[in-house]
Design a protein around this ligand. Structure first.
Ligand SMILES: [Zn+2]
Length: 298
């Protein structure tokens, strides 16, 4: 009985809070229906966002390359935040070993295409968002055509050759790129702004040799770490679009889930960089083939 009363009181308090929130923001509100106002009310009320920032988000186009452990939380938060158009690139189908971290998918989805299931889940979350699917592997032949249509690009990939294609293409097309990675209990994030940040190759001029790299299927990954890193990447995207806060545009942050420590390393442009240095040798997209250390279970 007491629980029922408490529950009713909570619901009433919640309804009141919704009213207060919408009333508070009504004064300067654009011509949105009540559901739209309520949907974004917890963001619009933020001093960093407001109606102006929310309108920027609604008008923005973000491409997420990879709908895996990083892509799933990135896509969820971007759709929830009201990013107007979201492109998803992923050629893969869902495997049962994906489910410890790829939170848009369920057991019944095994065998289905990731882009299809992700689209369905994201539209359920926010039907206002437009989803554009690319059920393909990004490569030197298609990257430019896809990337040129978007304002911000997110690298949520799990393989090095595609990372070089995406980051080089963003450099040539002058697109902001938010790149992340996760393995075991570790993760990294950095943001690369055109004409400002050190490029991807300033840090890693060329891919490592065959047999050096490990992948998540070789060494495993905590699903929570991909969730944390993907959430940081989504936050960077929102900051770029709305224009507030301090971006990771001159540093890389490293997270260790075992100790819960964050470290950051300041990055500088390299004069010897083969892409953005004084004497560039990379003048077009390059398709690398890099073999990993162990053949994975995926
Ligand atoms: Zn560079």
């Amino acid at each position: 009985m007491n629980d029922n009363i408490n529950c009713r009181q909570n619901t009433a308090a919640q309804a009141e809070q919704e009213t207060i929130t919408t009333d508070t923001i009504k004064e300067e509100s654009p011509d949105w229906d009540v559901n739209k106002k309520l949907r974004y009310s917890r963001q619009v009320i933020l001093k960093q966002i407001g109606y102006e920032g929310q309108t920027k988000l609604l008008n923005s186009k973000v491409l997420v390359v990879g709908a895996g452990g990083l892509g799933c939380p990135i896509l969820t938060y971007l759709a929830g935040a009201g990013v107007g158009t979201i492109g998803i690139v992923d050629f893969d189908t869902i495997g049962i070993s994906n489910l410890n971290r790829q939170v848009l998918f369920g057991t019944d989805d095994v065998g289905k295409k990731k882009v299809d299931v992700a689209q369905e889940a994201l539209l359920k979350l926010n039907p206002d968002v437009k989803i554009i699917k690319y059920p393909i592997r990004i490569n030197v032949d298609n990257a430019e055509e896809i990337i040129q249509d978007y304002d911000v690009i997110v690298d949520a990939l799990d393989n090095i050759p595609s990372r070089y294609v995406v980051s080089d293409c963003c450099y040539f097309l002058k697109k902001p790129l938010v790149t992340g990675g996760a393995m075991e209990s570790y993760g990294i994030v950095r943001t690369i702004l055109p004409n400002k940040s050190p490029c991807f190759r300033c840090l890693m001029p060329f891919p490592p040799k065959d047999g050096v790299l490990q992948t998540c299927s070789d060494v495993g990954v905590f699903g929570m770490v991909t969730g944390i890193i993907g959430s940081v990447q989504a936050m960077e995207v929102v900051k770029i679009i709305v224009g507030f806060g301090k971006l990771l545009d001159d540093r890389i942050i490293h997270f260790d889930g075992s100790t819960l420590k964050w470290n950051e390393i300041r990055l500088e442009k390299s004069e010897r960089c083969p892409l953005c240095g004084k004497n560039p040798t990379i003048t077009e997209l390059v398709q690398y083939e890099v073999k990993c250390k162990i053949k994975g279970l995926d």
